[in-house]
Design a protein around this ligand. Structure first.
Ligand code: GLU
Length: 255
């Protein structure tokens, strides 16, 4: 078993984050009773350079140690793996599982204002564009079926794929977005259990589709074994005494 805590250093450790870390740590401690190879990995998801600060990374590490939530592997800094994320995204493009998109935010908003559409309208999906400066790489969501998984907290959950956006994998400067970096890292780091807040439940459908696409292109090139999907557990959000979602502005949430 390998579980991980994967905070983004966009602020000091939040009590919700500390609880997520605690659930991961406890799950691993329990597994260690039976499994000598059980691992608690700490991965710092620091790819968003505009929102991250070194002092926040240090604050997260210090808080975890103070709480006794010591990790067995890491910290691994996601920002050291940008080339890996990019290589995999470009491979998806080679396999026609992703496409370059030239639409600006304004283009998308203007088109949507004439329809009931929200989000990206898949305008460039079949245009076979080559990369040019300013373009982003989008994942081609397989539209026909549904994506389901068994959440360890919530049971069966599913979504119609056609309701999912063709989400961005790489920005025009080739840096990865969350879903890509998170999926590739869980895959490469052999994570078996993803335990996190329920705000990520919706992302998990995208992550599963992307995981399957990466695994299928790996199989076709014979490069790597098909890694099984991890198990997912989405924890309910913490609320304050009025049962409102905790907010950084209103509540005292910093550990
Ligand atoms: N970096 C994400 C966050 O802090 C982690 C999500 C995850 O655990 O997969 O919300």
């Amino acid at each position: 078993m390998k579980a991980r805590f994967a905070p983004s250093p966009t602020g000091y450790l939040h009590v919700g984050g500390a609880r997520t870390a605690l659930f991961n740590w406890l799950t691993v401690q329990k597994a260690k009773k039976f499994d000598d190879n059980a691992v608690f990995l700490l991965r710092i998801e620091d790819t968003d350079t505009e929102r991250n600060r070194d002092e926040w990374t240090q604050g997260i590490l210090d808080s975890l140690l103070k709480l006794g939530l010591n990790w067995d592997e890491g910290p691994i800094f996601q920002s050291t793996r940008l080339d890996v994320h990019k290589t995999i995204a470009l491979k998806l493009y080679d396999f026609h599982l992703a496409y370059w998109c030239k639409c600006s935010k304004e283009d998308i908003e203007n088109r949507n204002s004439e329809t009931t559409n929200v989000g990206y309208d898949r305008h460039c999906r079949d245009l076979n564009l080559e990369y040019q400066s300013g373009y982003v790489l989008r994942f081609k969501v397989p539209l026909s079926s549904t994506t389901k998984f068994h959440d360890l907290v919530r049971g069966e959950v599913q979504i119609e794929n056609s309701t999912l956006e063709d989400f961005v994998l790489l920005k025009s400067n080739m840096s990865p977005l969350f879903v890509l970096a998170n999926t590739v890292d869980d895959m490469d780091m052999d994570v078996t259990h993803v335990i996190r807040g329920e705000e990520h439940l919706y992302n998990t459908f995208k992550i599963i589709l992307l995981w399957e696409a990466i695994a299928s292109s790996f199989i076709s090139t014979g490069e790597s074994a098909n890694k099984p999907l991890p198990s997912f557990a989405h924890l309910p959000l913490l609320v304050n005494e009025k049962r409102q979602k905790l907010s950084k502005r209103r509540d005292k949430v910093s550990v």
